[in-house]
Design a protein around this ligand. Structure first.
Ligand code: TRP
Length: 457
């Protein structure tokens, strides 16, 4: 056990760092577009249930493992459970590399949106043509260039260590992002599409939930909360012994979910209010974040010409605070396990992951064989398939490993002590029950259904 391990300055320090990792493209980009594709309502309910029933206990379990072992995932599982359990950590590293390889592609779009908004701010806004975004996606060299820029940004920060810079930067940028988002939501809600948007998001109609929706909602809960690959194990290892794990985890869950719902409300309202917007979205709901918001900024909002570029910088930052947490998981393992120097680890890991990114970046229309690649039914292109593989398979599997380990192998006394319960009362029993029984069974049933190829209809 490391002596005098560094700690977050306060509970707020952990909550900010962990929500910096959690809040990212998962909230601003992915949640709105998959909620749209799954017809809202029922999907949102399943998502919220997954966050509460699986997300919260598993986040507590990950933090608990980290704080108990005072180490990051692979060595932590090994120290507490023996060599066999370190496989949960390794699975996480694989998932981290897979996610990074396509996450940087999407993150790159925030750079191009920023540049485009600068142009509009100076020269006036002209609504893009219906196929503008599809053309952008199919522009291979541009996609590769943007991805490369974002990969290099991530590598530079991971190389310098996460400490001072990014933590401080996210502490300042996150609140600003919340304020701009609230302003966006407030402005959007003055538009006539609000009724339709709110009812789509908050009126559940389970007959409209597509068969795979349940799986997608659970996967999205893991993805958005940064669970299932050991990121929270590493962050948990820096939490002071006196802090409440439940309280910290609850805050991260609330912030992350709030961001996702707000982004959804703003985007859906705009879609229902601006006449030709649905046409511009067809085919590429994937680009929803980058297609819908400029309209609101430039046509409805006082100060929009300043806020639009600012907003996309912040989106880039939210993405960057997530990519570095992923990059750190992969890099630190090579340093700890292979004895590599940090520069070597950063260069090799970024290089290998970028090779994966090349396939993802060219799978949006630039190269036909990559764009039509289909590993999972209905998923077109390398990028979508990598996303599906990571979010809906690797992360839930990692989460399963974590709950089973903590619930059944870590020992009741260890858990009780870490959670700060003085005796084994009702809350403790509930937590244990959800880790031992509810969470594993829910994940197993889900994966079982998918493996057997059975759809939910
Ligand atoms: N949660 C981030 C998002 O929503 C993505 C992310 C960062 C992540 N670190 C992670 C996902 C660790 C899973 C595990 O954009």
């Amino acid at each position: 056990m490391a002596m005098g391990r560094a700690q977050w300055g306060s509970k707020l320090g952990f909550v900010m760092a962990a929500s910096g990792s959690a809040v990212g493209l998962g909230n601003l980009w992915k949640f709105p577009y998959i909620t749209w594709e799954n017809n809202g309502g029922a999907f949102v309910i399943v998502y919220l249930a997954a966050v509460l029933i699986l997300g919260l206990p598993i986040m507590m379990a990950e933090i608990l493992v980290g704080r108990r072992a005072q180490q990051s995932a692979v060595p932590a599982f090994e120290a507490l459970g023996g060599r066999g359990w370190s496989i949960v950590g390794w699975l996480g590293v694989l998932a981290g590399a897979v996610i990074l390889s396509y996450y940087t592609v999407i993150a790159g779009w925030s750079i191009s949106s920023f540049v485009q908004c600068l142009g509009w701010s100076f020269n006036g806004y002209a609504a893009p043509s219906a196929d503008a975004f599809d053309k952008f996606l199919a522009n291979g060299p541009l996609q590769l260039g943007l991805t490369a820029v974002f990969t290099i940004l991530t590598a530079v920060i991971v190389y310098r260590g996460i400490g001072g810079g990014i933590e401080l930067a996210t502490k300042i940028m996150m609140p600003v992002l919340i304020i701009i988002l609230l302003y966006l939501v407030g402005t959007a809600l003055t538009m006539e599409g609000r009724g339709q948007a709110l009812s789509m998001i908050f009126t559940p109609n389970f007959s409209e939930l597509p068969p795979q929706g349940v799986l997608l909602a659970v996967g999205q809960a893991f993805f958005s909360l940064s669970l299932g690959l050991g990121a929270m194990v590493a962050y948990g290892s820096y939490i002071g012994k006196k802090e409440s794990i439940f309280g910290s985890a609850l805050w991260v869950v609330i912030l992350d979910t709030g961001f996702a719902l707000l982004a959804c409300i703003a985007m859906f309202t705009i879609i229902f209010s601006v006449p030709d917007l649905q046409g511009r979205l067809s085919g590429s709901t994937v680009g929803m974040l980058f297609i819908t918001l400029p309209d609101l900024f430039y046509t409805k909002m006082p100060g929009g010409a300043v806020l639009a570029p600012a907003f996309f910088i912040l989106v880039g930052f939210a993405a960057l605070s997530s990519t570095i947490s992923l990059g750190e998981v992969v890099t630190s393992l090579m340093i700890d396990r292979r004895g590599w120097s940090r520069p070597k680890a950063v260069i090799v890991c970024s290089g290998v992951i970028f090779v994966g990114s090349i396939f993802a970046a060219l799978s949006l229309g630039a190269v036909d064989s990559l764009s039509s690649f289909e590993l999972f039914e209905g998923k077109k292109g390398v990028l979508s398939n990598l996303d599906h593989l990571a979010a809906n398979w690797l992360l839930p599997l990692g989460g399963l490993g974590t709950t089973v380990f903590v619930g059944w192998f870590l020992g009741k006394e260890n858990i009780r002590e870490e959670l700060g319960f003085t005796r084994q009362g009702i809350y403790f029993a509930m937590f244990l029950w959800s880790l031992r029984v509810i969470a594993p069974i829910a994940i197993l049933i889900l994966l079982g259904f998918v493996i057997s190829g059975r759809d939910f209809s």
